[in-house]
Structure formats: C-alpha cells, structure tokens
Design a protein around this ligand. Sequence first.
Ligand code: NIG
Ligand code: FE
Length: 398
Amino acid sequence: MAESYVLTNARLAPVEHEAGYSMPGAIVVDSGMIAFAGPDDETPQQYQGAPRRSLGGRVVTPGLIDCHTHLVYHGSRAREFEMRLTGATYEEIMRAGGGIFSTVEATRAASNEALLSGALSRVDRMIGEGVTTIEIKSGYGLDVETELRMLRTARAIETHRPVRIRTTFLGAHAFPKQMSADEYLTQICLPALDAAADEGLVDAVDGFCENIAFSAAQIERVFEHAAKRGLPVKLHAEQLSDQGGAKLAARFQGLSADHLEFLSDEGVSAMAEAGTVAVLLPGAFYMLKETRKPPVERLRAAGVPMALATDCNPGSSPMTSILLAMNMGATLFGLSPQECLEGVTSNAAKALGLPDAGQIKAGMRADLAIWDVDDPAELTYRIGDAPLHERIFGGVAC
Ligand code: NIG
Ligand code: FE
C-alpha cells in the first residue's frame, strides 16, 4: 500500500470545534502516523498528489482504547452470578473463597494455549467494535509463575492480532488464604513484580485497595516498589468502600484511579491536583447492582479527566463491549456522549500514559475507527449495535 494517503469527506470526532465536538475534514496518513487532520482545503501541499479516498461523510474517531481489562483469565463465574441474583454479595462470595479465588484456581490450571485462545476471542469482539489499544492486567495468578504467564499471554496477543497491548501488573489483587496480606506482598507479590519488570512485561502497576483485599498502607508498599523500578501506578480504588485509595494513587502521581463509586471530596481534589484520570467502570457498577454512583459532577467540576472502560473480567464485569460501556456511562453515570467518546479515546490514552494515541491530530499513530454513522452521538446512543465500517491500525486497514 502507498506510504501516504488522504482520507477525505470524513467527520472527525472528538475535536474542539465551535459547532460541537465533530467537524468535516480530511486526514493524511503517512508511514503509519497521522501527518495532518483538518479542513480538506488546508491539506499540506506535499500530499496533494497522494491517493485520496472519500469516506462519504462517515464519522472517524481515534481507534478506541479499552484502558482497564482483566481479559486474560480462564473459567466462568456464571454460578456466582446466579448466587448474587438470589442475594449473595460480591464480598460474601470472595470471603467464602470464591470470586477472584475461583478464577485464580482456573487460571493456574489452564495451559498457555487455553489462556491465549480465551483472550483472543475476547480481543476479537473488541476489535469488532473499533478498539485498537487494550490494557490487560495480571492478578489471577497470585504466584510468580502464573502472574508471569498472564503477562506473557497478554503481550503475545500483539503477535496474533493487529492491536496494541499495554500490560499492568496486578499482583496485589487478592492474597491466598494461607498467608497474611503483608506476607504475600513480601514473599510473592513484590518478587513477582521484580521478575515481571526484569522481563520487560510491565507498563504499569495496579492494586485492589479494599477491605476484602489490600489496605492503603499495604498498597503503599507496592507503589514504593513500583517507584523504585521507575514504573507508573494506577489503582482499583473506592469501589466498595472509601479506603483513601484515590488519594494514595494521586500522591504517587498515579496515571489513574479506577471505579471510584465511594470517592470522597478529598479524593477528587487530590486527583485533580495530580492529574490522575478517573476511570469509570459502569459494567461492574451494573453487574454488582451497585446503587452508589461515582461523583461525576464533582469530578467534572474539578477538571479531573474521565475515562470509561469495560473492566472485562469473569466476575464483576463479564463484558467485552466498549460501546456498551459508553452507553452505560451516559445512562447510568450521566456523562454526555462527548464525554463518553473522550472517555474511550483521549482520556483513556492519558490513563495509560500514551502520548501518541487517542486523538486525531498530526503526530499521533494512525489508529482510527471509521463508522457507518454521520453523528458521533450514535456511538453512545445505540445498544447492541457496532456500526464499525473499517478499522485502521498503524495506517493499515484491518
Ligand atoms: O475490577 N475489583 C477488583 N477487580 C476486578 C474484579 C475481579 C474479579 O471479580 O474477578 C474489578 O472489578
Ligand atoms: Fe478491574
């Protein structure tokens, strides 16, 4: 294919524009990067002779970014879902040895091939919705070898599919019953983090700060270790109770704090000051029948960037649809369609510390999604419909 080409007659979104958050224009792709995006008649002279393709007025967005998933796992938790439907809570099931622990057992027992093929089937559904970047966490191993296998499996996805993967070490997700949280951190989690980082498998470090998992003081140990290794942090914070996790993540200049249903005003201010992104996960909120919502109005007023993600995992959010996460972000949390789109593009890129993704502008990777719609609000509005026309990954249609 040509080194450079021009996509014309497109509707670019999301963009800053006086008439809304989309505008008609053209995109020049050169060597896998966006060289220009803007009004067609301003296309740089040097690309006047490049091949041109009209998109017929279709909406073009950055390739969507799912910035919080646990999609490498094995087994199903459908039985627990049934238990929750008849009154058991997520916490009760986990305290009884189910929940995350049942997925740990299944994941440890799974072969590398089974882990990869399960992950690829979920990745394929995401690709079918215009996703070009996916964050994947470990955290269903809770032993050194399985944590490493999860991260290696996540990274291997890039060699099987045209998608960009960012891996997050989530050893501090739960701790085995036979030891205390601190023993687990000392004996398993921190050595696993070192082994994973030595192997170059870690883009960021995460934890589960919750009364059924790790305290803020214990997560601080993990963050200090991450800082020593020069790795950025993010945190599952304030999902089921207020543990001061968001404030802790902000203190470590965290990329993001995620869930946040129980976030305090203090947490909001700390995140605003540190530039920590609020990653909202409406799939988990919905699935756990949570009634307390993240403080969207306060986050918005404080200028905290908000992202949306699937939280794809077998327990609290068995969901692969980023478009459904957008719809839920609007209907359940009150985000506007523009905020929902920014939540899976520019703000999701910020939550991953990616400077070259999530926006349609010169200098970004040419990861794009072309949609069979003429209004970007359609992406948030529709349910169960992925109007993807074409996906472009690194400049190549696929
Ligand atoms: O993001 N909250 C902790 N971790 C996941 C759920 C993991 C699980 O239940 O398997 C979450 O909701
Ligand atoms: Fe999660």
